[in-house]
Write a protein that binds this ligand. Structure first.
Ligand code: SF4
Ligand code: SF4
Length: 365
């Protein structure tokens, strides 16, 4: 099947028609739909999709940006590692600016730490091979979308016998966080717009327990405006029929069972562990730690560094933003003490953060 050009998913006339159908499909109080994924949050803000749906739908940003949910304790551990002799810390660009309780990696680098930005985990393996007298630690931050590439890098490092490479894993799995939010009466979610890229790995069927247990419609939606509007319409049709099931708007990429090869790779290299999510607390079995068979590549075990729990800094409301309890302008620091140039919390740092989106494109209300 030919893949339509991306413009086909952004056309104005079909978007207007979809908005009209959404308004016809629902006449009750606004349906609170959480878009779990930061890429959805940015697309919704960039294309101005909140205002035309107001009254029928309230789109709420969720915890789907890996940078945003990484707690201070992890940043602090990374800063501590980077400050050791003969250690090079390799990470994606967004992570260097996230403030921990003792400053950011950017500040550590300014003070002399060896922090390098890479574009893939494999780049970090190459870096280790090129500099054998240093230990290269890659910061494994992300969800099911990123985790297979980290697993692949670990397997490659073993195959190439690159022994001075390791990963400090803060990788997480999304459905556990969604279940926590679904179960929290204070959060009040009526449906989920499920993350497109994560769903391509785990498969749309992964949300079935969520839909069935919490009676919440779950629609896997692509990232373009027409994808998002179509997904909202699918949700509202379910709501008006009193249904709660999983539907897949993004069938051009995500399948019911997901990517089995990636799932097998994850199962080989990682094992589930409890994980501390900024704003959400410790969620059982929602993290991915390096399995015993690959312990040589686990920076925590190899270098004797532990990620400690750290208290949230005063004034930061990132936790409430990540749970959809407040919109970004509801944080007293928003746009004043906290801006993209002077971020206090990660939601303002990340290019997929709700606060960054609200600051760049206007209020999310
Ligand atoms: S695309 Fe994946 S990694 Fe990026 S915000 Fe969405 S869920 Fe998270
Ligand atoms: S404005 Fe800044 S401190 Fe407040 S929630 Fe957003 S990122 Fe966190």
């Amino acid at each position: 099947m030919p893949i339509p050009h991306v413009d086909a998913y952004r056309a104005a006339a079909p978007a207007a028609a979809l908005i009209a159908r959404i308004r016809e499909a629902w006449s009750g109080p606004p349906v609170r739909i959480m878009e779990v994924c930061g890429t959805h949050t940015m697309a919704i803000a960039r294309h101005g999709l909140r205002a035309p749906l107001a009254g029928a739908v309230k789109l709420i940003s969720g915890p789907g940006c890996p940078v945003c949910v990484t707690p201070d304790g992890y940043i602090d551990a990374a800063v501590a590692l980077a400050s050791r002799a003969k250690i090079t810390l390799a990470t994606f660009g967004d992570m260097v600016r996230v403030p921990g309780s003792r400053g950011s990696l950017e500040q550590a680098r300014a003070a002399g730490a060896d922090v390098r930005i890479v574009y893939s985990p494999l780049d970090a393996v190459d870096l280790a091979a090129a500099e054998p007298d240093r230990e290269v630690v890659f910061l494994g931050v992300g969800f099911e979308t990123t985790a297979p590439t980290v697993a692949g890098a670990i397997v490659t490092a073993r195959q190439r016998n690159t022994r001075n490479f390791s990963v400090l894993s803060s990788l997480r799995t999304i459905p556990g966080a969604m279940a926590l939010l679904a179960a929290d009466p204070a959060v009040r979610i009526d449906a989920f717009l499920c993350p497109a890229n994560v769903s391509a790995i785990i498969g749309a069927d992964a949300y079935r327990p969520l839909a069935e247990r919490y009676l919440l419609p779950c629609v896997v939606g692509g990232f373009e405006p027409l994808d998002i509007l179509s997904s909202v319409l699918m949700i509202l049709r379910q709501k008006s029929r009193g249904e709660a099931r999983v539907e897949n708007e993004y069938a051009r990429v995500a399948t019911p069972g997901g990517n089995r090869r990636a799932q097998a790779l994850l199962a080989e290299v990682f094992e589930p562990c409890d994980a501390d999510w900024r704003g959400l607390g410790v969620l059982p079995a929602s993290g991915l730690r390096i399995a015993g068979g690959y312990a040589d590549f686990d920076a925590g075990r190899k270098l004797g560094i532990a990620v400690a729990a750290t208290p949230v800094r005063s004034g930061c409301r990132c936790g409430d933003v990540l749970k959809g309890m407040i919109d970004p302008p509801g944080c007293p620091l928003f746009g004043a003490a906290c801006t993209p140039a002077t971020p206090v919390g990660p939601c303002m740092v990340s290019t997929e953060g709700a606060c960054a989106a609200a600051f760049k494109y206007g209020s999310l209300a």
